[in-house]
Design a protein around this ligand. Structure first.
Ligand code: ATP
Ligand code: MG
Length: 286
């Protein structure tokens, strides 16, 4: 029983780079280079294990790793007894049903009695069971999108992000079953010591995620429009207002959500705001 928290991340694939980047943004410096199975952090009590994403739920359930970063889709599929601690906002994708593009789609009942190829039989089975639709599920390991073309199945259920793979294989997406993103999972019976390390890590992760969802803005405004402008800006508490050398003007500093940002800027310009600067935030702690 070491007192380091063991974090499993994907060894190589779509999640690897972003998982490492997230740990780095949390101030965790890893030693031990590429291609290794393990890396230790010098400045935080964690050890990183590099694994296939399919294996992470099992290792976390067993306690071989204490926590893991992987797609929710793998967590749902593997049905292991683990906790989802935090969604991480990257590697977003949807899991969809697709059929040959020339087939007429009449709704979910289309699938009754059909054969559907997938690498995610558990998720698909759960979905159709809830809808009372009987399908035959053909489990295959990968390249699911070629199954209808070679006569292995009538339809597929797979991860879609842009849909270009479907199109290339003469398929069309007809139902989105569920949406997935990367998540942090944890073993259910961590020691108090490890829980304390996890809490610290989650605190840092939240600060990083929040920062990426927000922008710091500064602008100059005529004093007369300050009430209307501040009403547009919730900020972390309320906007900071600083005097300017020029009479009847002030500077306003605040934090704006990335997704509301352009709307707010447009309105502020109408209220006479000038010299608007938008600055990325590195960490945001409430
Ligand atoms: P491993 O060798 O570790 O088993 P893999 O081939 O199963 O890797 P990747 O293709 O690297 O996995 O995908 C990892 C995760 O990335 C997926 O489980 C999913 O959560 C997410 N993801 C996001 N977009 C896509 C996409 N377009 N196709 C596949 N996975 C995606
Ligand atoms: Mg995998």
């Amino acid at each position: 029983m070491g007192k380091k928290l063991k974090i499993a991340i994907q060894k190589s694939g779509r999640l690897s780079e972003k998982s490492l980047a997230l740990l780095k943004e949390c101030g965790i410096k890893l030693s031990g280079g590429n291609g290794k199975l393990k890396a230790e952090a010098k400045n935080f009590p964690v050890e990183v294990l590099f694994l296939r994403d399919d294996d992470i739920p099992q290792y976390v359930e067993q306690g071989v790793a204490d926590i893991g970063i992987l797609g929710e889709n793998e967590v749902w599929e593997k049905k292991k007894d683990v906790l989802t601690v935090e969604k991480l906002g990257f590697a977003g994708c949807r899991m969809s049903l697709a059929i040959p593009k020339d087939e007429e789609y009449t709704g979910l009942s289309f699938f009754n009695g059909k054969k559907v190829a997938t690498s995610y039989p558990e998720i698909l089975n759960g979905f159709f069971a809830k809808k009372n639709i009987i399908v035959e599920i053909e489990e295959i390991g990968g390249s699911v999108e070629i199954a209808p073309g070679i006569g292995l199945a009538d339809a597929i259920f797979d991860i879609v992000s842009t849909g270009s793979t479907l199109l290339m294989n003469g398929l069309k997406e007809v139902e989105v079953v569920v949406e997935s993103e990367a998540a942090l999972i944890s073993n259910k019976s961590l020691s108090e010591e490890k829980k304390a390390i996890l809490d610290k890590l989650v605190f840092r992760i939240k600060a990083v995620l929040r920062a990426s969802e927000n922008k710091y803005i500064t602008l100059n405004a005529p004093l007369s429009s300050v009430p209307e402008i501040t009403a547009l800006l919730p900020g972390m508490k309320s906007p900071t207002i600083v005097p300017l050398a020029e009479k009847d003007w002030c500077g306003i500093h605040s934090v704006v959500r990335e997704d509301e940002f352009w709307d707010i800027i447009d309105k502020m310009k109408e209220l006479g705001a000038e010299g608007i600067l938008v600055i990325p935030i590195e960490k945001m702690i409430l």
